[in-house]
Write a protein that binds this ligand. Structure first.
Ligand code: PLP
Length: 382
């Protein structure tokens, strides 16, 4: 096997924080401002809920659109020592950002193609099948690995019936971590949570030397029983996800704004956009904004999404197109101007509220923010 060399210069020493200097975003483009200070505060709030467990950080999919290297680096600086990604190439980026002194687990595990990266960046694969464990054994690497058991979600993970076969395979190298994942972590009244908890306890007991992990963000809110040694929040770090308990407060870390390209008046009866799916019922003032589905502002926002300007909600009118969205600015006290920036996600346009208007969740909205959006990372005081 000749492993493909994807990243030959993986630094093993942490040189400097990879946070780019905040460059002002071009005024004519959509922009996302990401507060690393907020992500760290959210991390600390989650830690306060599980004092006896280590809090890791799930930074897959470019930290749900928040920048994996920047997020991991800021959290590492503030004590986080375990990270989860979906793919080895994501793990390589995180390793470069945080240096040697952290465990980086790869949910999708390792394959022949990615073995080189996994070895070079000292990543820990999560084994989701018996074949994954066998492959890991043939690699002869011993930097640690995880076992992921499926305890009832029926998505990915080793079937619990196979636990004896797993034990036999793991005799010469025990897993560093045994994990499972809850299907209904966002529901505190779910019977499936109790079932998964009991099943997880029983399979995990077969691997006494391994650390145990069951909960993502929602599971943290289910209480101590669900925390084990390590919790794996993703969305909570970014300030979204299921309702959090009253003892903490999480804040969305990302603010998405887009500039107005044109402001004009409509007469009653005038249609708006492709397919003319909106027709003005009265005279009104509208603004067209530089933001579209190519930027990740989903087409399902058509006639449902909203922007906010100076605290006033401005509903989306008609279809969202690839680069443009038209909004109703009739309710504003003063007529907005070209170049004014409309908030679509942020302190006024709540992430989960916007996401719900689009028929989705905060997870999908931030992780799909497109490549044309200028991202800027800030820490308090910048
Ligand atoms: C994505 C993921 C998480 C993080 O989930 P959140 O709901 O974002 O906290 C944890 N564990 C696994 C296995 C995941 O796939």
């Amino acid at each position: 096997m000749t492993p493909t060399l994807q990243n030959s210069a993986i630094s093993t020493k942490r040189t400097s924080a990879p946070i780019a200097e905040a460059v002002p975003s071009p005024a004519d483009r959509p922009a996302a401002e990401i507060s690393l200070t907020t992500i760290v505060a959210n991390y600390q709030a989650l830690q306060s809920l599980c004092p006896s467990a280590e809090v890791s950080a799930v930074v897959k999919a470019d930290a749900y659109g928040h920048g994996a290297a920047q997020t991991a680096s800021a959290l590492f600086e503030n004590g986080c020592r375990t990270f989860f990604v979906a793919y080895p190439h994501e793990g390589v980026d995180v390793r470069e950002a945080v240096g040697d002194d952290a465990d980086i687990y790869v949910f999708h595990g390792v394959s022949e193609q990615t073995l080189h990266d996994v070895a070079a960046a000292a990543l820990r694969p999560v084994c989701n099948t018996l074949d994954d464990i066998k492959f890991w054994k043939t690699s002869q690497l011993n930097q640690g690995f995880a076992l992921h058991f499926d305890t009832g979600m029926n998505r990915l993970g080793i079937r619990v019936e196979d636990v004896e076969a797993v034990k036999a395979l793991c005799q010469d190298q025990m897993p560093a971590l045994v994990m499972s994942h809850l299907a209904q972590a966002d529901r505190s009244d779910s019977e499936l949570n109790d079932k998964q908890l009991e099943l997880f306890k029983s399979v995990a007991a077969d691997f006494p030397s391994a650390r145990k992990s069951l909960s993502s963000t929602g599971g943290i809110y289910l209480g101590d029983d669900y925390h084990f040694d390590l919790v794996r929040p993703g969305i909570g770090l970014y300030g979204g996800g299921p309702a959090y308990p009253p003892s903490i407060k999480l804040t969305p870390a990302l603010t998405l704004t887009a500039p107005i390209l044109s402001v004009f008046d409509l007469k009653a009866g005038d249609p708006v956009g492709y397919g003319s799916t909106f027709t003005a019922r009265t005279d009104m003032t509208v603004a067209t904004v530089a933001l579209g589905y190519a930027d990740g502002y989903l087409r399902s926002a058509s006639n449902y999404g909203f922007g906010v300007l100076k605290g006033t909600p401005c509903p989306v009118l008609g279809r969202v197109s690839m680069d443009l969205t038209t909004i109703d600015v009739s309710d504003l006290e003063t007529r907005p101007k070209t170049g004014d920036r409309i908030e679509f996600i942020g302190p006024k346009a709540g992430l989960e509220i916007q996401a719900e208007a689009l028929g989705t969740l905060g997870y999908e909205l931030t992780s799909r923010l497109g490549g044309r959006i200028c991202k800027n990372w800030r820490t308090l005081g910048d």
